[in-house]
Design a protein around this ligand. Structure first.
Ligand code: CO
Length: 486
């Protein structure tokens, strides 16, 4: 069999998972040419929370970052994580904004678009897939891996076949929570490879310590590529480390033959950057913790939770809230836990424990029940749905949510013009998602210096802003903050 391909995630998921997405372009520049020279399948350089982090915390224009990295790494394909119709935000955007975003990213050098939907609703991927193909680039369809009675291997394989039919160039098994066991990874890859003709990639996190073994099983069963990072931005809540994976593949005919002579220099630089980002790193993220397997929640969510419960004066109810998460997931149709559903389910579990089940329902949880994020994998609990319909006076959406949205590009451009800013497509798509943050960057002002995130360093960049709810319960105001996992 051919050697397996390694994709390198250190410039995106590596620091998103272990340093709250705070690595700046300046910190990336010294190692980017060396990373380009190694011959990885792809360098993940953009998307996920990096765009938010550039604007909100680093005072960088994300397109400038892409230009810089592309120039320094022209040989290796660049890869980004795209949240389907949500682009890199939490809610649906109209098709014209999604199309313009993809076109801009491609124009600035993006090659591989890894497109996912938090509910695995493929209707939310179609606009992105078409836009990527139109730009002549690589559309990677994503299966968000999770466990539930409705998430069987057969269902995942059926989704893989559908992604192939939709025109995807490859398929990614995205195990954002690091839950996949070696036996499941092996079996899923084997079945997918038997059914689909396009390449299969697997992405996991080493949170529970299963990552390396899951990759090994996937590789033994013919997976085409795996996502790896580089220590110290690897392992723990990040991807398995490249050197570890190379060692694991000793004597395997699938071991890729990379020239590792530049690795010590790269590592030396990354160690320095890790130290510089010490306000955003945490031992909680560095250790492997199989507790997530018991709760089935992403590792990043666990550390956010400790913090969130502390703020709510509920530290003593940590286990109770965690135990509520699987119940909320089931009631909301067994949705996978990935941005933004992980935050929505976590917050609702907290509200259920604090006020009693479904006494207080957050707006995003109601939107999930009303299919505003897409079709849920399983049915929503009829009693919960009835309650939501009663409170909102709305019925569940039957069509794709974006079909209900008016085109926005002309309006976005008019708004930029009225403010005296350049009304380029690049500015317009960022304006759609992050208007306040973009305005600060366009004016050349410094973003408000971020404090160390108290106990939630893995909470990726976007965190609370725009997701802060003040709830009025019997006259008392309660603030609920939703933070980001990855
Ligand atoms: Co990830």
């Amino acid at each position: 069999m051919k050697p397996v391909i390694f994709n390198n995630t250190v410039l995106r998921d590596g620091h998103q998972s272990l340093a709250a997405t705070r690595m700046s372009t300046e910190q990336m520049i010294p190692i980017t040419p060396a990373l380009d020279a190694i011959g990885f399948g792809a360098l993940e350089t953009w998307g996920g929370a990096t765009i938010d982090s550039c604007l909100r915390y680093l005072g960088e224009n994300p397109f400038d970052r892409l230009d810089t990295l592309k120039k320094l790494a022209p040989k290796t394909p660049h890869m980004m994580l795209l949240r389907g119709q949500n682009i890199v935000q939490y809610t649906s955007f109209p098709d014209d904004v999604v199309e313009a975003f993809v076109a801009c990213a491609a124009k600035h050098g993006m090659n591989i678009f890894r497109i996912f939907d938090a509910l695995n609703d493929t209707r939310n991927l179609i606009t992105c897939i078409k836009a990527v193909k139109k730009a002549g680039q690589h559309a990677q369809g994503t299966i968000c891996y999770t466990t539930s009675p409705v998430h069987t291997l057969e269902a995942f394989v059926a989704m893989g076949l559908e992604l192939e039919k939709l025109g995807c160039d490859s398929i990614c098994i995205k195990d954002m929570a690091g839950l996949i066991s070696p036996s499941t990874a092996g079996a899923l890859v084997k079945q997918l490879k038997a059914k689909v003709k396009i390449p299969v990639v697997i992405h996991t996190h080493n949170t529970a310590g299963l990552g390396g073994a899951a990759y090994y099983a996937a590789i033994e069963n013919g997976v085409d590529a795996v996502d790896c990072s580089m220590v110290p931005f690897a392992n723990g809540t990040g991807q398995p480390d490249i050197m570890m994976m190379l060692a694991m593949l000793d004597r395997s005919d699938r071991r890729p033959n990379y020239d590792t002579s530049s690795f010590p220099k790269i590592r030396e630089h990354l160690e320095k950057v890790y130290d510089e980002l010490s306000a955003f790193t945490s031992p909680n993220n560095e250790k492997t913790d199989a507790d997530i397997l018991q709760w089935q929640v992403p590792g990043g969510m666990l550390s956010n939770f400790r913090n969130q419960l502390k703020e709510q004066g509920m530290s003593d109810r940590y286990e109770e809230v965690l135990a509520e998460i699987p119940y909320v997931r089931e009631a909301l149709g067994w949705i996978p836990l990935v941005t933004p559903t992980s935050q929505i389910v976590g917050t609702q579990a907290m509200l259920n424990v604090k006020f009693g089940r479904w006494k207080m329902i957050s707006q995003p949880a109601m939107d999930i029940a009303l299919n505003k994020y897409g079709r849920t994998p399983g049915p929503v609990d009829p009693e919960v749905l009835a309650e939501v319909i009663k409170r909102t006076g709305q019925q569940p959406v039957q069509v794709r949510n974006a079909d209900l949205l008016e085109p926005r590009m002309p309006k976005l451009k008019a708004e930029l013009k009225a403010k005296g800013f350049d009304d380029s497509d690049e500015n317009a798509v960022l304006w759609a998602m992050f208007p306040l943050e973009l305005e600060i960057v366009l004016k050349g002002e410094k973003p408000a210096a971020p404090a160390k995130p108290a106990a939630a360093p893995s909470a990726a960049a976007s965190a609370a802003v725009g997701r802060k709810y003040v709830l009025n319960i019997d006259g008392a105001l309660h603030s609920v903050t939703v933070e980001e996992a990855k």
